[in-house]
Design a protein around this ligand. Structure first.
Ligand code: NDP
Length: 326
């Protein structure tokens, strides 16, 4: 089979499309023939070595396809099932072995591309608004990179919960997409001071929560946007890692809360995984959650997908396709 692997950390050029042996499922595992794989910012961190992985390795953390075979002891799925998953390394490949308890069924009416587009970013938006800071009517939240993969889903889910949403984006085109997703206010943070804009929009009341995936470039001002006892949810670092912080700063700025969550810790049990994935894929099926697939490239063009995502050229989801029909 073919897979996209890295043998060393570096730029997009280290991604190699190469032939490797098709894996065999062991105890509790399923072999999945992938139709679509999702590209996520974490793939870039892993490619660069910001997050270390054992090399050589295929990249990719999510996909959707058909169960081809199962190993001993598997009860969750059977050959022929349409399945999707996230948080298992190695999805830039035609076939992948996944622990069966990480697989979720794709509902009828949802395509493989939609499932691969929704799993990781959708469940992230889900845990951020339901569990990390459970949004409620009357809350105002700030969503950075609002036209990104997670961003567009986060806006829609925050609106579902009745919150007022302020989004930040880098271009007018992205601002339009954030508005269409439901953002009440959009700030062009490359041209406007977002802290001053938040103060203006909220008439000085500030925010209950900031969902910050940009990190280095936004962190300090994100803290300044919070009302007393507000929460900064730092869930990514697209602009680079945030330097160490003196906890006293949280006291000075209003007894603030700071958390650095990851999806893995919000889908630890099968029950929690099925709940989040079931909600997300269910809303995709009914049309309540709109997915925007920015581009779907052949697996062999993974490097181009990385260049586009890293270069802030994408809005919504980037997919890689294996060429299998399902
Ligand atoms: P996005 O589609 O959101 O792409 C990243 C966006 O970040 C860009 O489009 C850009 O939007 C913005 N950005 C701001 N500064 C930079 C910069 N210097 N370089 C590149 N991009 C920049 O990606 P994803 O939806 O895949 O991921 C969004 C974030 O969420 C990432 O930080 C990722 O690590 C994090 N994440 C965290 C998870 C968790 O559980 N903790 C799970 C999933 C994702 P603009 O041009 O508008 O500024």
């Amino acid at each position: 089979m073919y897979a996209v692997r890295i043998h060393e950390h570096g730029g997009p050029e280290v991604l190699r499309y190469e032939e490797v042996p098709t894996p065999t499922p062991g105890e509790g595992q399923a072999l999945v023939r992938l139709v679509a794989c999702g590209v996520n910012f974490i793939d870039i961190y892993q490619r660069k070595g910001l997050y270390r992985i054992e090399l050589p390795s295929a990249l990719g953390q999510e996909g959707a396809g058909v169960v081809e075979a199962v190993g001993p002891g598997v009860t969750e799925v059977k050959p022929g099932d349409r399945v999707a998953y996230s948080n298992v390394l190695g999805s830039y490949a035609e076939y992948v072995v996944v622990p069966a308890h990480r697989l979720v069924p794709i509902p009828e009416g949802v395509t493989y591309q939609q499932a691969a587009a929704a799993m990781l970013q959708g469940m992230t938006a889900h845990y951020l608004v339901t569990t990390t800071y459970p949004l409620k009517p009357g809350d105002t939240c700030l969503v950075h990179a609002a036209a990104g993969g997670v961003g567009l889903l986060l806006i829609q889910m925050a609106k579902r919960r009745g919150a007022t949403v302020i989004g930040t984006v880098s271009t007018e085109e992205k601002a339009q997409l954030a508005r269409e997703a439901g953002a009440d206010h959009v700030i062009l943070y490359t041209q406007q001071d977002f802290e001053a804009e938040v103060l203006r929009i909220t008439e000085g009341r500030k925010l209950q929560v900031v969902y910050d995936s940009v990190g280095k470039d936004t962190f300090d001002k994100s803290l300044n946007c919070l009302a007393l006892r507000g929460m900064l949810v730092l869930y990514g670092q697209s602009s680079g890692p945030v330097p160490p912080l003196d906890p006293q700063v949280l006291a000075q700025k209003g007894s603030l809360f700071l958390t650095r969550p990851v999806l893995w810790h919000y889908t630890t049990t099968r029950e929690e995984l099925l709940w989040r994935a079931g909600d997300v894929l269910g809303w995709v099926r009914t049309g309540e959650l709109k997915l925007r697939i920015d581009r779907a490239l052949p697996l062999s063009q993974a490097a181009d997908a990385h260049r586009a995502l890293e270069g802030r050229q994408t809005t919504g989801k980037v997919l890689l396709l294996t060429g299998f029909e399902g």
